[in-house]
Design a protein around this ligand. Structure first.
Ligand SMILES: *Cc1c(COP(=O)(O)O)cnc(C)c1O
Length: 222
């Protein structure tokens, strides 16, 4: 397998990002573990997956200093596959899921880092919390002993309309600032805004992203 393209894609991307304080999560979902190894050899240590069992099997066969980011819709009965090694769960979109993650985290005696996924897109198909649900969860965070809420995640509408995307990112940035002021003003660990994918990461960075999730721009089409 000639995997040179991964190295050159990564280098080009990292050059673009070098002026910004942003963490690159390389989204490796559906790709074989050789792709991840190639990126790892080129100093990429954060990877994103969206299926629990796929992430577990990759974790088991790859270097243990990889940081595994779970970015997909997570079902409660699948948490057990990733709970003892996951670095950050980006996609917490309900109180029920949060409560299940907490239970599993207690079982393995870990504090698990999560982001709350906020609904910002125009499409009905995207998962996420609205403002009201967000407030409901945040006013009850005391009960989740083994969860650390590190920030927010969002996905913009899948559209070519740059103005639309920009306004959705600006919106989540303002929600982030509000939530930080209201609930986390004393907690520096609430500092991640996960927005931006292959098609819109530049707009996301302009609007204040601290973590981008890029797949096809590194690994090619899925
Ligand atoms: C697949 C996926 C990405 C990466 O998408 P690309 O367009 O390939 O960069 C980012 N975030 C989430 C939640 C995804 O499911």
């Amino acid at each position: 397998m000639n995997l040179e393209f991964i190295k050159s894609n990564l280098e080009a991307l990292k050059l673009q990002l070098s002026d910004h304080k942003v963490t690159l999560v390389a989204v490796s979902k559906t790709h074989p573990k050789e792709y991840i190894e190639e990126a790892y050899k080129n100093n990429q240590f954060d990877f994103g997956e969206n299926k629990a069992q796929e992430m577990q099997s990759k974790y088991l066969s790859l270097p243990k200093d990889i940081k595994w980011h779970f970015i997909g819709h997570l079902q409660s009965n699948k948490i057990k596959y990733i709970i003892d090694f996951v670095y950050l769960i980006h996609s917490v979109d309900s109180q029920k899921l949060l409560s299940s993650i907490n239970k599993e985290a207690i079982k393995v005696n870990r504090i698990v880092n999560i982001l709350l996924q906020v609904y910002i897109a125009k499409e009905e198909t995207k998962f996420g919390l609205d403002k009201e649900e967000l407030d409901q969860i945040l006013s009850n965070i005391g009960q989740y002993s083994n969860i650390k809420i590190c920030g927010l995640m969002g996905m913009a509408t899948n559209t070519d309309d740059q103005i639309q995307i920009k306004s959705e990112f600006a919106h989540i940035k303002s929600v982030f600032n509000e939530v930080k002021a209201k609930y986390f003003s004393q907690e520096p660990s609430f500092n991640i805004l996960s927005i931006g994918m292959s098609g819109d990461y530049q707009l996301a960075i302009e609007e204040g992203s601290t973590m981008i999730r890029v797949g096809s721009k590194i690994f090619g089409i899925r």
